[in-house]
Design a binder for this molecule. Structure first.
Ligand SMILES: [Ca+2]
Length: 276
């Protein structure tokens, strides 16, 4: 078949237009995926610099500050952080024989678990002065509270509700996802009547009904940190804090470069609000 110059020109123009259109569509798709910063239905509002040596084991928000517990022998600490800059404003280091774990703040006292040392340190929440210690016979993983009791995880599928004055076990709740026990519950946060828990060593957080122990939802945060940024299999998600006033969730992990401040995008809180 022989084409005239006009036909060739017009064909070439159409091809160019098509490829241009394809290019534009491709660019839009690429941009959308590159700009995609939603995770598990949350929108990332801000990335706060995080000490890349902080082996995060506990995180909480209280009256304008973030509080963090970092683990590892010889590196364990309790920290107060500026929630805007991530700057460490106050810090106490634990003796090198203690591996710090979960952290909660209950009535002006910070309570910090240790992994295998059977000891919880209690500090004044403003001065970080040590007040007392509790002792327990299990591993310490995550810690939070529901206003009445401390709630502790130890790597099993059981959550332990403890008296905040004596640390005695008051009751236990077995956590189940569908029909199966869900173990490896790690960092905890009590958020709007639910217990949120990191599932070690995944990038998942589950929302647990504190009465029944039933998992209501499993949220995946695997897209939060790239494999390059992670740099080590140990560096998993392990920090959940909640600003109740502004309804913001803070999430970070062991040696993460950032603490992510997130807001709901979809129907999570609206679902909860409807139940009120
Ligand atoms: Ca927490």
């Amino acid at each position: 078949m022989i084409y005239t110059f006009d036909e060739v020109f017009s064909k070439c123009f159409r091809l160019m237009s098509d490829s241009c259109l394809c290019g534009i569509i491709l660019s839009v798709v690429c941009c959308l995926s590159a700009c995609h910063n939603d995770t598990a239905g949350f929108k990332i509002e801000d990335r706060i610099p995080h000490d890349e040596y902080a082996f995060t084991q506990g995180l909480l928000f209280h009256e304008g500050y973030l509080y963090e517990s970092t683990g590892l022998y010889g590196h364990s600490s309790l920290r107060r952080l500026d929630p805007k800059t991530g700057e460490v404003l106050q810090q106490v280091n634990l003796p090198s024989t203690y591996f710090a774990e979960g952290l909660t703040l209950f009535r002006n006292q910070l309570i910090q678990l240790t992994w295998r040392e059977g000891t919880a340190f209690v500090y004044h929440s403003k001065t970080f002065e040590p007040i007392k210690r509790f002792y327990y016979r299990m591993e310490g993983w995550g810690l939070t509270h529901n206003g009445d009791f401390l709630i502790m995880s130890n790597g099993s599928a059981t959550l332990y509700f403890r008296d905040p004055q004596t640390f005695e076990i008051v009751k236990t709740v077995k956590v189940r996802e569908r029909d199966k026990p869900l173990s490896h519950l790690n960092e905890l946060e009590f958020i709007r009547g639910e217990i949120w828990a990191n599932v070690y060593p995944t990038e998942d957080i589950v929302r647990i009904d504190p009465q029944s122990g039933q998992v209501k939802e499993r949220m995946h945060f695997a897209g939060l940190v790239s494999e390059d940024e992670r740099n080590n299999r140990e560096n998993v998600l392990n920090g959940i804090a909640y600003n109740d006033e502004l309804q913001r969730v803070y999430i970070t992990g062991k040696r993460y470069s950032y603490i992510y401040r997130m807001t709901e995008k979809y129907s999570l809180w609206s679902d909860l609000n409807r139940q009120r």
